[in-house]
Design a binder for this molecule. Structure first.
Ligand SMILES: NC(=O)c1ccc[n+]([C@@H]2O[C@H](COP(=O)([O-])OP(=O)(O)OC[C@H]3O[C@@H](n4cnc5c(N)ncnc54)[C@H](OP(=O)(O)O)[C@@H]3O)[C@@H](O)[C@H]2O)c1
Length: 367
């Protein structure tokens, strides 16, 4: 019998790629759960997913409204039909307010878990989390349940708390927590359709709006592409693979440091005539206190472009002072021969595309 996979956040950056991959590589029917305030928003999201997934998807997909901050989320889905759930929905801004993060990321996950307990044929509940659910710990980080050691922003805290919601049910449900690294490009071409703190920080450097480099240069930064992540998640959804906690990231030995990533980024920038004309120096590393001073000064420029840009960088910058090595032994055991993107080559192609598109201002195709 054909299974049914529910994807929450199915119109998000990863959700829509996972839907496309499961349509191509599997034969499950898909329930694409999206946040929609009303019928008009649901219809618009349905139309967009139709365009992205193609007309052949219509036979195997159903788009449903499911706002996970509401108690009636997933009321339209028959739990008996559901065999797998991929939980990709979340508010993903690093500067998300604590209350919103609690309502959607934590309580929304608790609602999904409650729904999962009613799915009598469930073979996998996979929650997409982040490596930074590790919070303020440093050193080796294993694929295991984390204690609360404090967090640098509410997003991290909420993903940790959401993990706790599903892991509490691991004795009764086939639960996997898939912790993802920072995705900096769609694929090895370096094309970017989702911008985050990585891109925003480089933009500040490129335009000369930031001359200090926050962080300890030796901090490893785990980076990957949406294509790599999608392959890993679809593989780990296979019920034949053990449920559990997985770090979907490159091997520790293949992870670049902050220093190496800045070096390759400026090597690319310095080849660009526009950057050359500005005659900018490479940024000076700064300690955490100096960076805090910069943030306080920028706060006084409320509303200005520097403050706006810094506000997307600052909620994450503190992590750059907490070097961590993410172990991925469980992933490697489950996926022998897997190949994560080379971080330096990926950073290089991504920087080239960022300059070409002026950080998305010159439009490119959005998958
Ligand atoms: N992309 C990364 O670099 C990365 C790294 C680490 C972990 N992750 C994790 O991977 C997952 C997917 O990330 P993504 O990059 O695809 O994020 P995304 O593009 O921001 O998508 C998030 C999805 O969640 C939906 N959502 C937000 N609030 C909701 C609510 N109240 N009820 C139901 N759905 C809601 C969004 O819908 P609206 O747009 O309509 O609000 C959107 O479809 C997330 O759990 C994220 O924490 C991503």
């Amino acid at each position: 019998m054909r299974g049914t996979t529910v994807i929450t956040g199915a119109d998000g950056y990863l959700g829509r790629r996972l839907a496309a991959a499961l349509l191509t590589d599997g034969d499950d029917d898909l329930v694409l759960a999206v946040r929609a305030a009303d019928g008009a928003e649901l219809a618009a999201k349905q139309q967009r997913l139709d365009q992205l997934l193609g007309p052949q998807a219509r036979d195997r997909t159903r788009v449903v409204a499911a706002d996970l901050s509401r108690d009636d989320a997933l009321a339209d889905v028959d739990p008996r039909a559901v065999t797998r759930i991929v939980h990709a929905a979340a508010v993903t801004r690093f500067n998300v307010e604590r209350d919103l993060a609690r309502r959607v990321n934590v309580n929304g996950t608790a609602r999904l878990r409650a729904f999962a307990t009613r799915c009598e044929n469930l073979q996998r509940l996979a929650m997409l989390s982040t490596l930074y659910a590790a919070g303020r710990r440093h050193g080796d980080v294993l694929e295991e349940r984390f204690d609360d050691v404090g967090f640098v922003n509410h997003y991290e805290w909420s993903k940790w708390a959401a993990e706790e919601e599903v892991l509490d049910a691991a004795g009764d449900l086939p639960v996997s927590v898939l912790r993802l690294p920072t995705l900096i490009a769609d694929d090895d071409s370096g094309q970017v359709t989702q911008y985050n703190a990585f891109h925003n920080t480089l933009k500040l450097f490129y335009y000369g709006l930031l001359s200090l480099l926050p962080g300890d240069g030796t901090t490893p930064l785990s980076l990957a592409t949406a294509a790599f992540t999608t392959s890993a998640v679809t593989r780990l959804l296979d019920p034949a693979i053990a449920s559990g906690i997985y770090h979907i990231c490159p091997d520790p030995a293949d992870t670049a440091t902050l220093e190496e990533l800045i070096d390759i980024s400026f090597t690319v920038f310095e080849r660009d005539p526009g950057f050359q004309r500005r005659g900018l120096m490479r940024p000076l590393p700064c300690d955490q206190d100096s960076f805090e001073d910069l943030l306080s000064a920028a706060d006084l420029l409320r509303g200005g472009p520097i403050n706006q840009s810094l506000s997307s960088v600052s909620p994450f910058a503190h992590q750059l002072y907490l070097p961590k090595t993410f172990r991925n032994d469980a992933l490697r055991a489950a996926w022998p021969g897997y190949a994560a993107p080379d971080p330096i080559a990926l950073a290089e192609t991504t920087c080239i595309r960022l300059i070409e598109t002026k950080w998305g201002r010159r439009t490119q195709e959005t998958p």
